[in-house]
Design a protein around this ligand. Structure first.
Ligand code: SF4
Ligand code: SF4
Length: 463
């Protein structure tokens, strides 16, 4: 429950604060920092720059300085705040439990109002955050348009004539790395409640995610299939919206709140056991709706209830007790910890347990598996240099002999796909659920010979 006196206390403690708008960085969060520096080596931007201002401790200090009136919301403040990946690696390392990610998001909210994004950032915000992501129908059209682009021969002409060179380098790489969109978005296509295969164990609703459903609808289909194999009745509410994660990360909290309210009204309209999400970035934001809407008298409690019901699909299956697939996949894979699964939600062992439950799969460790890959929402578009350096480090860490790199977040998947193209690698980039789905589909084949054929097909898909 929110505390209505909180804002007044803030003004009393920090009368000279230069934060002017609602949701200012919370003193209860920044005053916990004891400046011990144990977070420094965990921070990718500090590792890359060696600058204190670009470390978690430095950022917390700057955020506090604005509250104390020692600093204004100027460029000196904005640069370190905006270059933070919001990866939360510092939170895992911090013994005092300082919520650096939330502080940075709140600080960005103030910057967003003080000085709305301009230039390339402004254009990206307008096109993607305000114009596309909040509208499922537009995302669906974008997905269909991309399918047409890939299939009609326009892509061939665009590549052949060098037309794509007008795009920034990272967008060119993304275009090259984008998988062929073979599946239409599931939101609005699958209306009916899908019955479980076998005995019913749970009744769940699934949030499809805007980018996930537009680019990786096959993963959403795989998620539905795996859930049904595990005894779940699955509902995909048609009136759901984008979760607002990218808006929170960018500081556009007003839009994020509108989207959160739409999802709360939609998902709490039925008595379900869990709200399932298969994208780490979305899941982390959904679980923080209570914090986002803490000052909203109508939604604060509902937001907490929503957050309690939200669970990442890997964690849900692990908790429910996975019905192990019988289909065999002869694959060597490594697992990348998406920041918003490992650091923000503490989900590390569950996906690995699921992968190890697939017959034939050999899981090999990825060094520094929870170091950010540089994707971080639209960070790879707004800060391509830093994102590129982090991606290169990540690609160099992939152990030899892997058929696939597996993870649980669409943003990371896109970033790794760019890495595969850039580094001329062969690894397949897969979601944990895709691998499970392949194994369940494999068990539907009846004979040994067919299983062997399926395993061979999976290997060729993963190479
Ligand atoms: S954020 Fe945490 S780890 Fe970093 S300096 Fe402050 S107390 Fe120490
Ligand atoms: S969230 Fe990531 S980039 Fe930002 S301060 Fe923490 S460790 Fe550094």
């Amino acid at each position: 429950m929110s505390d209505p006196s909180h804002g007044n206390l803030e003004k009393y403690l920090y009368p000279k604060s230069n934060y002017k708008w609602e949701d200012a960085p919370d003193p209860a969060k920044f005053s916990e920092c004891v400046h011990c520096g144990m977070c420094l080596e965990a921070c990718p931007t500090y590792q890359q720059t060696g600058l204190e201002a670009h470390s978690p401790r430095g950022r917390v200090y700057l955020i506090k300085s604005v509250a104390e009136g020692k600093l204004t919301l100027n460029d000196f403040f904005a640069d370190p705040v905006n270059t933070c990946l919001d990866c939360r690696a510092c939170e895992t390392a911090c013994p005092a439990g300082v919520q650096v990610g939330a502080l940075v998001e709140e600080a960005r909210g103030q910057l967003y109002k003080e000085d709305p994004p301009a230039g390339l950032r402004g254009v990206l915000h307008k096109i993607f955050l305000r114009g596309l992501f909040p509208y499922a129908s537009r995302m669906r059209k974008l997905s269909l348009l991309t399918r047409w682009y890939q299939r009609s021969g326009v892509r061939f002409i665009a590549r052949k004539t060098g037309l794509l060179r007008i795009l920034p380098k990272h967008l060119q790489e993304m275009e090259q790395a984008l998988p062929n969109l073979t599946t239409k978005p599931v939101l609005g296509r699958i209306h009916e409640r899908l019955a479980p295969f076998g005995l019913k164990r749970a009744k769940v609703a699934m949030l499809t995610g805007c980018v996930m459903d537009a680019v990786f609808a096959d993963i959403n289909e795989a998620t539905v299939n795996v859930l049904r194999h595990n005894g779940c009745e699955v509902w995909i509410p048609p009136s759901q919206s984008c979760c607002g994660a990218l808006h929170v990360h960018a500081g556009d909290r007003d839009t994020a709140k509108q989207l959160a309210k739409q999802n709360i009204d939609t998902f709490l309209s039925d008595d379900i056991d869990a709200i399932i999400i298969n994208a780490a970035g979305c899941g982390s934001t959904l679980k923080e709706y209570g914090e986002l809407l803490k000052s909203d008298p109508e939604y604060a409690d509902k937001a907490h209830l929503f957050a309690e019901k939200t669970v990442d699909v890997s964690s849900f299956l692990d908790r429910l007790g996975l019905i192990p697939p019988k289909g065999r996949l002869e694959l060597t894979v490594t697992y990348h910890d998406a920041c918003h699964l490992a650091h923000a939600q503490g989900i590390r062992v569950e996906p690995r347990r699921l992968l190890e439950a697939v017959p034939g799969v050999q899981l090999v460790p990825l060094p520094d598996s929870d170091r950010c890959c540089g994707s971080a929402g639209i960070y790879n578009l707004t800060h391509p240099e830093m994102a590129g350096e982090l991606l290169d480090r990540k690609m160099n860490d992939i152990p030899d002999g892997c058929d696939a790199v597996v993870m649980g977040n669409p943003g990371c998947m896109m970033q790794f796909m760019v890495g595969v193209v850039r580094h001329n690698r062969n690894e397949q980039i897969m979601h944990t659920i895709q691998l499970l789905d392949l194994a369940y589909r494999g068990e539907e084949t009846s004979t040994e010979a067919e299983r062997a054929e399926h395993s061979k097909a999976s290997r060729s898909q993963a190479s």
